[in-house]
Structures are given as structure tokens and as C-alpha cells.
Write a protein that binds this ligand. Structure first.
Ligand code: ADP
Ligand code: MG
Ligand code: MG
Length: 886
């Protein structure tokens, strides 16, 4: 028969810290604390398996549980010497929820259970404190009515307020025994009135009611919402802990408190917490009275008067401090603790690994390794790579005042202030003049890249977390708030409205890409400090990781940032962003709109020196590291002119008429450009384009090798290949160009030609493709689109429902669809390596900076991941953790 009840306390522990799944976090740790000799009030845990069974059997308990619970109660009675329901010396218990992971405030707990009209007298007599007994009884009725009976919470609060007013009292602690007794009468009247029955006097009815309610709270609406937001499976269930009460409300030598063994916000090694004298349970966090500091140092730092626990109860505090040290050594991590002091005696009620900010996580990990509490490798595992994001960008000064206009999605972290501008050109112009600007658009498109780059931050009214604005901003490390739906943007009038406020071009706003807040005016920011702990942890991470980490970058500034963050090369340099440059776009348009090869070559000749300059600068910054350059990829129409003036400019440059140009532009229209004339299809039809780019690459490489003595390693990447033959044609072209340049310059260089794998066919036929290509880079943005048949730019409308309904666990554009897209990658890696054992394999989609996706890359043993510059440290840490797990 399955055992459902596990005892703890009084030298018995049926479970321990390893039984978290069965006993919930709270139950497992209570058992663990009891087994290492800490003072834990005795109790028992009803396992999460019972929760599952309870729901399977239509919210009904099996008979066998009654006997087990009776045994559990006997265990508590044996240790405390009190009896449940005994009017002379009653045992009181708490009935507490506790799931596998903590769900703060989501589920229910009932305290002081076992009180009724008779036992309250017994409690008064044995404690010698009638005030305390009646205070406990009124607390119990109030909590039980709320949690178990589901009565109107507000009416009980109200009755308490009226009672205090009647007596002329301000604080709960001013109330005496008679006052509380009177309130108990009033509470019982409220129960009768709202529930239609008297308050349950049978203590066993009380207990089973509470157990049912705690299991029931697992399916409450708020718990369900919390689980959805935190990816917690509904099948886990909660455990129920029944535990002897200890009382922090027994007068001036009693207290209750919460504490962290280190500062959870800064990571400092200093006890941190609050307590309240003569109070119970939730009083500390409920804000009924202002809690007092734990330590004297904290009280003095805050300039507070009321004595700290260290000062008010020095002996108990010393005992508590001893427990802190013991718990940290035992769990080897910072603990978040609940305790109660009953007449000078300390009792531990809960411990768990404490939540912390990224900054604190970093500091604690490094400190604990230095203290010898954990190893360097364990320290590497302690910091959530995604949380590093918070540390790498400037953040708003938490103490600065802010005037919040609206809130959008936190699309790219960091904070920025600047003058509002409504188009990319203005952003660029003002930035050149030295202004800080925030680019505000309904949504952004590839044409806005230069403006996004020039801006300090980006704000859009439409689009989600994976919209163009969000993806590009994250790539550039620009703070971005997307999808701020309440913004009414009138770009013509150069203003936006939000509520009854109007912000015009040139006015200053501040955006916080970590919270999504949009504020009027400037809010002071603080620069992150990256030295010290950050550097140390990164060093430890680099020691254990196998995957190399490169960056996706195409501007000199991004390349420098990435190298500063430790990038070991470039995994994706997109050449099209260079084409959008204002000084070049006319030549690009001239090339696209040319009707024959001769016309195209004339335009390409103008672009050649520009591209060569771009590549030379990047090669120099990357000083001898590999640089993967992707040949032109997007459909040509993305570069087309829209406005009359733009057509006229191209007409002047080409000598063709505006009408002829417009006709040619119309011819270039595509119904589905993502699957249209793009990628290597451009190179197949207009080889002169790729030829120019290859020439620019090799000329720049030779130039830099000669100038600096550090020969770059160009890796020329052909995009959107589906077949071996496409790559073969392109490789011939690239090799021929390389040979020509080497002959002209009288110097050879090593280089590779490879391909992006972003079409399922290429992945399946990887064995053949690898006969030609020396490397594969998995372009997982497009590979996800082409595998799922989902356009990233249109996915916003339905993706949330897909995640809600569990079709996808997470947005597949953020975290790799390991089952589907991952299988293609696995197949391509296997088949490619079978043909060419030294085939270089990497990933360059957005996923290259996502820790879960990086873990997958480690599992299929890719050679490197490539992430946007600000995600390079995240990738380094994630790669180290993946290696440690593997
Ligand atoms: P939560 O998970 O919401 O923190 P808990 O089960 O930990 O809920 O209980 C709520 C409050 O009641 C906490 O402050 C806890 O310390 C206190 N509490 C729980 N059980 C007891 C007990 N047996 N004696 C005294 N206080 C208790
Ligand atoms: Mg708790
Ligand atoms: Mg692509």
C-alpha cells in the first residue's frame, strides 16, 4: 500500500531534502532540518501523490489516509505531550501547503487549528495568558473562514477595525483578552450569517476541512495562472504539512521573523531580515505593523529607532546566527528562512534556497567558492545565464523619481533616455549631431536599421517580443520596449499621444527595456560594473566549456563590444546591413534596377571599395580570429526606393527615366519574398553580385594581413542553399575570385567556403552538401520558419495561443524547437560529418544566445555558437553549464 504520510521532528525524519518531489520543498526541508538536529516543531507531511489521487478520485480522500493521519497526529502528541482537541491541554497545529517549487503566496495555510470554545480556555490556562489564547482563536476563525469556508474576507477585517475603534485602540497589540473574546463572538456571528452554520467546533472536522482546502488551493485560479507563467506542470500537485504550532504572539519574549543568510539584493555576506515582537506568522509581511531589523548594523544603516533582534533578544539572536551558519554549510547556498521565537526559544519553520538578483547571484557564487563552501564549477552552475542580461546594460537608478506614461513589452533590456524621433533618417541625423534619441515607430522594418543603430533606444506601438524591433534591438544591445499598444503615433504630425498627454518630436522620454516602462523626461541611469566577480566567474566558465563562442556582428562598434565580452570570432556578418548605408543605397538601387549585367557591374564597381573598407575594418578588429561573412541574402525588393525623390536620385545616377525604373521595380514584386528570389538564388542568377563581395573580402583580407601581420581567416558563407549543385556553383565562383585576387596581390591566404543550413532539404542532404562546403552554420531563424512553415513576422498573432495550449513549450523563435528543428540539425551534423569528419559546425540564429538552445548545441557537439554581442557572456556561461551537465 502506498505510504502518504511522512513524519518529522522529535528525532524522527521519514523523509529528507532529496524528497522534494514527494514532500514538496517545504516538507522536504522541514524533515531535513529536523534530521540535522535543528529545532523544528514536530509534524507530518501528506505527499503530493495524495494530491494527485485526490483529484483523480473526485476530490475525495481514501479511508487509508484517515489511519495514517491519526498516526501522524499521535506522533506530534507524543512529542509535545499535548492532545488534539483536549480541553485541558490542547494541541494546536498549522496546516500548510508546499509544492515542489515555491509558489509564493499562491496557496493556502491555516494556523492555530484545534481551537474551539472549550480548548481556548485550556490554552489560556496552560499558557497563563488569556489574551494570547483569545488572540489565537480570533486569528484561527478569521483564517479558517477565509481559506476553508471561503467567506468574505473583508467583513472580518472590518469587524476587527470596528472592534479596535470601539476600544480606542490603534494597534492589535493594544487589545486585551476581553477585547479579543468579544471579537470572537462577532466572528462566530459572521460565520453563522454567511455560512448558514455555526463555526465548526469538532477539531477533526476542522483538520479535514483544512487539508481539503490546501489540496484544493492547488487548483485555484491564481495558482493556475502562476503555474502557466512559470512553466510549472499542473500534475505535480502540492503536499500538505501538518505541524505543531509554536507561538510568536505570547508576549514580549516571543517573536516571528523572516531572514536571508546573505543579502539577496547585493549578495553581501550579511544577515538580512525582519522580525516582529509578539506577532504570528504572516504579520511580518502583512504590513499590519512595521517590522524591525534583524541586525544592529542594518538598523543603524537605515537610521531606524526600534531595537533590532540582535539588540532586543541577544541570546536568541546568537542562536539564530548559529543556525544560519549551519544551514548555509549544510545546503551550501544562501537560505531564505522563517522562524518563530516562543518565550525565548527559537523554532525553525521553513528554509529554502533564497531567490536573488543577478548581481547577488554572481557575488554569492564567487564568494562561496572563495570561502570553500562550493567548488568553482559549482559556482559556474549557480548563476542563471539569462539573468546576466540585467548586468550588462545600464539600468535606471532605482531611487530616481519617474513619471510613467505607459507600459509595453520588455523586449530588450537596459534603459535609455533621449529625444523622441519618428523616423530613422532623423534619428541618424540628430545622432550625428551628438543628440541622444529614442526612435519611436509603429513597428520597425529592415530599412530602419541605421536609425535603430543611431538611437539610444527603440519604442514601438506594435509587435511582440520577437518582432523585428525586438530582435534587432537585442542584437545591437539597444534597449527596446515593443508593443506599447496605448501609444497613438502620428508620425506625420511628429507626435504621439498616450491618454490625455501628447509628446512631440524632440521631447525627452525614457524607456526601460527590462520592465517595459515608458516615462516622460529623463531618468538617471547607473552603469553596470563588470569587473571583479563577473570577470572571475567568466574565467571559471571558460575553463570548463567546450563550445566556442562567436558573435553576430557587422559594424565595427558591435565587433569591438563583442570582443570586449570575449567573442572568439564572428559567426555571422550580414552584408546587407552595409547596403542600407545612406551613402551606398543609391548605388545598391542602381545595381538592382539595372536591366542588364553591364548596368549591374557599373553599380557594383561603386560598391566594391565600400565593402572592402567594411571588411578590412572588421578583420582588423577581429585580429586573426575567424570571421564568417554571409553573402547577400535578402530579397532585392527590400532595397527598392519608395519615394519619388529616391527614384529621381537613382535616375540621375543611372541615366534611366523614372518611369522605366518604376516599371523595373514593379517587376521585382514577389508574393512571398521569404521563399522568393533571395539567398544563393541571387548568386546563381546574378553571379556578379557575389563575385564583387568575394573580391571585397579577399582584397580586404590580404590588405589587413599585410598591414597588421595578423592574417584573418575568412569563412565565406553562402545562404539559403538547398542543393549540392547550388553550393558547387557558388564555390567555383568564390574560388576563382580568390585565385584572381591572390595572383594580383602576390599573396595567398587560408579561407573556407561553406553554407548556412536553413532549409530542411539542405539538412537532409547534408552528406552531399558537405562534399563541397567546409563548414555549416545553422541559420536557425530561417530553419525554424522553413521547418514549421511559420513566418516569424506573422507568428505574433497565434504563437501565444500555441504556447498557452501547450503546442509549443516556448516560442520556437526564442528557444530552439529541439524535437523538430533540433532533429534536422542532428541529422545534418551526422550526415555532414560522415562525409567530412573535420566539417566545422556552428549555429548563428537568435538561438545562439539562448541557454536552452546552447545546451542542445552541446549535446550534438557543434563546434561553436554565435550570439549577438551583448549575449556573448550569456553564451559563454551557458556553454560552460552545458559542458558541466554533459
Ligand atoms: P507560505 O508558504 O505562504 O509562506 P507557510 O505555510 O510558510 O505559508 O505559513 C505561513 C506563515 O505561518 C509563515 O510565516 C509561517 O512561518 C507561519 N507558520 C506556519 N506554520 C507554523 C507553526 N506551526 N507555528 C508557527 N507559525 C507557523
Ligand atoms: Mg512560508
Ligand atoms: Mg536566413
Amino acid at each position: 500500500m502506498t505510504q502518504y504520510v511522512y513524519r518529522f521532528g522529535g528525532g524522527v525524519s521519514d523523509g529528507g531534502a532529496g524528497d522534494r518531489n514527494l514532500l514538496g520543498g517545504k516538507g522536504a526541508n522541514l524533515a531535513e532540518m529536523a534530521s540535522i538536529g535543528l529545532p523544528v516543531p514536530p509534524g507530518f507531511t501528506i505527499s503530493t501523490e495524495m494530491c494527485t489521487r485526490y483529484y483523480q478520485e473526485g476530490e475525495h480522500f481514501p479511508d487509508s489516509l484517515r489511519a495514517e493521519v491519526a498516526n501522524g497526529l499521535a506522533h506530534i502528541e507524543g512529542i509535545t505531550g499535548k492532545t488534539f482537541g483536549n480541553p485541558a491541554d490542547p494541541l494546536l497545529v498549522s496546516v500548510r501547503s508546499g509544492a515542489r517549487v515555491s509558489m509564493p503566496g499562491m496557496m493556502d495555510t491555516v494556523l492555530n487549528l484545534g481551537l474551539n470554545d472549550e480548548t481556548v480556555e485550556g490554552l489560556a490556562a496552560t499558557s497563563g495568558d488569556a489574551r494570547f489564547a483569545w488572540d489565537s482563536y480570533r486569528r484561527f476563525i478569521q483564517m479558517y473562514s477565509d481559506v476553508v469556508l471561503g467567506l468574505d474576507h473583508g467583513s472580518f477585517e472590518e469587524a476587527l477595525e470596528i472592534a479596535k475603534e470601539d476600544q480606542g485602540h490603534f494597534l492589535d497589540t493594544d487589545m486585551n483578552a476581553a477585547d479579543w473574546q468579544k471579537l470572537v463572538g462577532e466572528y462566530k456571528r459572521l460565520v453563522q450569517e454567511q455560512w448558514g452554520k455555526p463555526f465548526p467546533q469538532d477539531v477533526h472536522d476542522q483538520l479535514w476541512g483544512a487539508i481539503g482546502a490546501v489540496f484544493g488551493s492547488w487548483q485555484s485560479e491564481r495558482a493556475k495562472v502562476y503555474r502557466r507563467l512559470n512553466d510549472i506542470p499542473g500534475g505535480w500537485g502540492t503536499a500538505v504539512n501538518v505541524q505543531a504550532m509554536v507561538f510568536g504572539n505570547m508576549g514580549e519574549t516571543s517573536a516571528t521573523g523572516v531572514a536571508f543568510t546573505r543579502n539577496p539584493s547585493t549578495g553581501e555576506r550579511a544577515y538580512y531580515g525582519e522580525f516582529l515582537i509578539n506577532a504570528q506568522g504572516e504579520d511580518v509581511v502583512a504590513g499590519i505593523r512595521t517590522p524591525q531589523y534583524l541586525t544592529r548594523a542594518a538598523r543603524e544603516a537605515a537610521g531606524a529607532k526600534p531595537a533590532s533582534m540582535e539588540e532586543a533578544m541577544p541570546e536568541t539572536f546568537a542562536e539564530l546566527a548559529r543556525v544560519f551558519e549551519l544551514l548555509e554549510t549544510h545546503y551550501r547556498d544562501m537560505q531564505d528562512i522563517e522562524f518563530t521565537v516562543e518565550r525565548g526559544k527559537l523554532w525553525m519553520l521553513q528554509t529554502r534556497n533564497g531567490k536573488r538578483t543577478a548581481k547577488a547571484a554572481l557575488k554569492m557564487a564567487v564568494d562561496m567558492a572563495h570561502e570553500g563552501l562550493i567548488t568553482e564549477e559549482q559556482a559556474v552552475g549557480r548563476v542563471d545565464p539569462a539573468a546576466l542580461d540585467q548586468l550588462l546594460h545600464p539600468t535606471l537608478d532605482p531611487d530616481a523619481p519617474r513619471d510613467v506614461l505607459t507600459k509595453g513589452l520588455p523586449a530588450s533590456p537596459g534603459a535609455a533616455s533621449g529625444a523622441v524621433v519618428f523616423d530613422a533618417d532623423t534619428a541618424e541625423k540628430r545622432a550625428e549631431l551628438g543628440d541622444a534619441v529614442i526612435l519611436v515607430r509603429v513597428e520597425t522594418s529592415p530599412e530602419d536599421i541605421h536609425g535603430m543603430h543611431a538611437a539610444k533606444g527603440i519604442l514601438t506601438a506594435r509587435g511582440g517580443m520577437t518582432s523585428h524591433a525586438a530582435v534587432v534591438a537585442r542584437g545591437m544591445g539597444r534597449p527596446c520596449v515593443s508593443g506599447a499598444g496605448t501609444l497613438a503615433i502620428d508620425a506625420k504630425a511628429k507626435l504621439f499621444r498616450v491618454g490625455d498627454r501628447t509628446i512631440r518630436e524632440g521631447e525627452t522620454i525614457t524607456i526601460d527595456g527590462a520592465t517595459g516602462e515608458v516615462m516622460a523626461g529623463e531618468v538617471a541611469t547607473v552603469q553596470p560594473e563588470l569587473a571583479g566577480d563577473f570577470g572571475t566567474l567568466m574565467e571559471w566558465a571558460d575553463k570548463v566549456r567546450r563550445l566556442r563562442v562567436r558573435t553576430n556582428a557587422e559594424t565595427p562598434a558591435d565587433c569591438r563590444t563583442a570582443r570586449g565580452f570575449g567573442a572568439e570570432g564572428i559567426g555571422l556578418c550580414r552584408t546587407e546591413h552595409m547596403f542600407f548605408d545612406a551613402a551606398r543605397i543609391t548605388a545598391v538601387r542602381q545595381m538592382i534596377l539595372a536591366t542588364d549585367e553591364k548596368g549591374r557591374r557599373a553599380a557594383l564597381a561603386k560598391l566594391l571599395p565600400e565593402q572592402r573598407g567594411d571588411f578590412a575594418e572588421i578583420f582588423e578588429i577581429m585580429a586573426g580570429l575567424p570571421v564568417t561573412i554571409r553573402l547577400l541574402d535578402p530579397p532585392l525588393h527590400e532595397f527598392l526606393p519608395h519615394e519619388e525623390a529616391e527614384f529621381e536620385e537613382v535616375a540621375r545616377a543611372t541615366g534611366l527615366g523614372v518611369e522605366a525604373l518604376k516599371r523595373r521595380a514593379a517587376e521585382l514584386h514577389e508574393f512571398n519574398p521569404m521563399l522568393g528570389h533571395r539567398g544563393c538564388r541571387l548568386g546563381v542568377t546574378y553571379p556578379e553580385i557575389y563575385e564583387m563581395q568575394a573580391r571585397a573580402i579577399f582584397e580586404a583580407a590580404v590588405e589587413v594581413a599585410e598591414k597588421t601581420g595578423e592574417a584573418p581567416i575568412p569563412e565565406v558563407m553562402v545562404p539559403l542553399v538547398a542543393t549540392r549543385r547550388e553550393l558547387e556553383l557558388m564555390k567555383e565562383l568564390i574560388d576563382r575570385t580568390a585565385e584572381a585576387v591572390f595572383a594580383e596581390k602576390g599573396r595567398r591566404l587560408d579561407y573556407l567556403v561553406g553554407t548556412m543550413i536553413e532549409l530542411p532539404r539542405a539538412a537532409l542532404k547534408a552528406g552531399e552538401v558537405a562534399e563541397v562546403g567546409a563548414f555549416f552554420s545553422f541559420g536557425t531563424n530561417d530553419l525554424t520558419q522553413t521547418t514549421l512553415g511559420v513566418s516569424r513576422d506573422d507568428a505574433g498573432r497565434f504563437l501565444t495561443s500555441y504556447v498557452d495550449k501547450g503546442i509549443f513549450l516556448r516560442d520556437p523563435f526564442v528557444s530552439l524547437d529541439v524535437e523538430g528543428v533540433g532533429e534536422l540539425i542532428r541529422i545534418a551534423a551526422e550526415r555532414g560529418r560522415a562525409t567530412r569528419p573535420d566539417l566545422k559546425l556552428g549555429i548563428c540564429g537568435e538561438h545562439g544566445g539562448d541557454p536552452a538552445s546552447i545546451a542542445f548545441c552541446e549535446s550534438v557537439r557543434l563546434d561553436y555558437v554565435s550570439a549577438s554581442p551583448y549575449r556573448v557572456p550569456i553564451a559563454r556561461l551557458a556553454a560552460a553549464q552545458a559542458a558541466l551537465r554533459g
